[in-house]
Write a protein of this length. Structure first.
Length: 299
């Protein structure tokens, strides 16, 4: 954590070190808003005097900076980890996404503060070689300003249809990459309405790769879809309400050979990405579809 070297070593009042002070302050910022929180509010919540708080920090601004830095430092540390820098592009991406989610869960109050602070203004974090900017899809000035080599659009199907009166926010963001020959753009989203979905449109413009598992009987690779899932449900009434359960395990029917394979067997089978539109490789546009049946965390 940056900027607290001189203060972090101070001996505070018994039971009130900088770490606990920061934890409580961030919770109050999230509840009341940073602008709506006074030092008096913090002293009441902590049960100590304002002078005891000033023993650790210079004021509310420093608490905000420390809280935001804690979230940003944790997120930046993920991209410095060895699995984030070595291996295939897919393996690196999977590691970064998985670890970022772990950080979001582990540092949730600090990440919440990071996303809420200063309302709709741009959040930036500088580091050697560049900076990270977080902005909303409704901020035209942010989307059309600083050049960016990498852009990541999360939950694209829930973006604003227009950044103010400036038009498609994704097009504005992509325009920021015009000065980079090696730019990369990543769109991620759960699809919403078929035929009216940003992520669906982008998916069909790319390689249309699907995560396919190998059948242990015939060796063919196929995507696991609901129509090929077999199970035998039963229902009971408990205090007048229906309660569903399975009489037996779940199995998968291979569309190539028709064999029924138990779920636990399929989870152990090799899997790989298979492209329905390999010509898109020439355009440098890859797209991936991964459904929940393929998640290793299910079951």
């Amino acid at each position: 954590m940056q900027g607290n070297a001189g203060r972090g070593n101070r001996r505070g009042r018994p039971g009130y070190d900088l770490g606990r002070l920061l934890d409580v302050s961030v919770r109050v910022f999230n509840e009341r808003g940073y602008e709506g929180t006074s030092m008096e509010d913090l002293s009441h919540r902590l049960g100590i005097t304002k002078s005891a708080i000033y023993h650790h920090v210079s004021g509310k601004d420093e608490l905000l900076r420390l809280g935001v830095n804690r979230a940003m430092d944790a997120l930046f540390a993920v991209v410095e980890e060895e699995p984030s820098r070595t291996g295939s592009a897919i393996d690196r991406l999977e590691h970064v996404v998985r670890r970022s989610v772990e950080v979001l869960v582990g540092e949730l109050p600090f990440v919440t503060l990071l996303l809420r602070v200063r309302g709709n203004t741009i959040l930036q974090k500088s580091f050697p070689g560049g900076m990270l900017t977080l902005t909303g899809s409704n901020s035209a000035s942010a989307l059309a300003s600083t050049p960016a080599r990498y852009i990541i659009g999360d939950e694209r199907d829930r973006w604003a249809t227009s950044a103010g009166t400036e038009g498609d926010p994704w097009a504005l963001a992509e325009a920021r990459q015009a000065t980079f020959y090696n730019a990369k753009a990543v769109e991620v989203s759960t699809p919403t309405i078929k035929g009216n979905s940003n992520i669906e449109t982008s998916f069909y413009q790319g390689t249309q790769e699907r995560w396919c598992h190998r059948c242990p009987e015939c060796g063919e690779y196929s995507e696991i879809v609901f129509d090929n899932i077999h199970f035998d449900p039963e229902v009971k009434r408990i205090r007048g309400k229906k309660s569903w359960s399975l009489k037996s395990g779940v199995s998968w029917s291979c569309p190539a050979c028709g064999c029924l394979i138990p779920e636990d067997t399929m989870r152990k089978q090799p899997a790989k990405w298979i492209a329905d539109n390999p010509d898109a490789y020439k355009k440098g546009v890859r797209s991936f579809w991964l459904n929940a049946f393929s998640s290793p965390c299910q079951g």
